[in-house]
Design a protein around this ligand. Sequence first.
Ligand SMILES: C[S@@+](CC[C@H](N)C(=O)[O-])C[C@H]1O[C@@H](n2cnc3c(N)ncnc32)[C@H](O)[C@@H]1O
Length: 273
Amino acid sequence: MDITLPAFTPVQESLYLTLCGRALDYRSPRPILGDAMADEIVRNLHYDCARFRLSASPIINIALRAKKLDEVALRFVARHPEAVALDLGAGLDTRMFRIIPPPTVDWYDIDFPEVITARRQLIPDRANAHGVGTDLTDPDWLDAIPTDRPAVIVADGLLAFLTQEDMISLLNHLTSHFPSGEVAFNGYTRFAIWAVKHYRGTQSVADLIKSPGFDDPREPECWNPSLELVEEILLTREPEVAEFPLALRLLTQLAAHSAALSRRGTTVLHYRF
Ligand SMILES: C[S@@+](CC[C@H](N)C(=O)[O-])C[C@H]1O[C@@H](n2cnc3c(N)ncnc32)[C@H](O)[C@@H]1O
């Protein structure tokens, strides 16, 4: 398949890093997420994931945090078949195809217009799937989404690209738009932000990072009183660690003893409102 995608800005290009993470996880001997579609998209684009020089650890992190966000969304739509689901900064992720929500759920993938155009070229359409092309810092994009249904909102790899003010304002718009719901995203501690800026595998996004990060998972409750922390998921303590390659497994199991150390890696933060 020969595909010519729209020209992407550097921030939009960051989607290749996570897409490649999932594709490389799929190609690994013991996949954590097993996302065949990510691999198919990479192959259709002839995209060379080797350019990121990703080692096992970031590949597994990308795959595992996607899996945890999938689980939050899946549980929510199972309990609320009338829900709307939002994937903020969806990139070329095909979360909806991993979850397969009930047909009564309306699923919204939201990203810049160029990315949504690319999604239309690469990802099969579904009757209950909608792409919204917008800058998420523009408050008007929510006008396109129903207001009267419970919502599950996930954001994978997005928040590092937003200033803290933009993130707070986005959360405020979301929680006032829907009657109730849940929101989950991979958290970036201050250390994690420092690491993204300095780690070799994330050099392609280092200069694009705007978030300072935050260490206390309860901090968003102070920004927005309607948010209540459901769970801070420390990836080091998840059962999938047993599937990690030996050296990484041992290191991760060691880090799991300390919440502070675990927060230096990837966390998934899950709130209700
Ligand atoms: C690291 S990628 C993650 C993509 C996808 N969630 C995934 O896991 O593959 C970050 C995504 O956030 C999008 N993004 C960043 N800032 C945005 C903004 N202000 N408005 C809309 N999308 C944004 C980028 O275009 C990109 O697709």
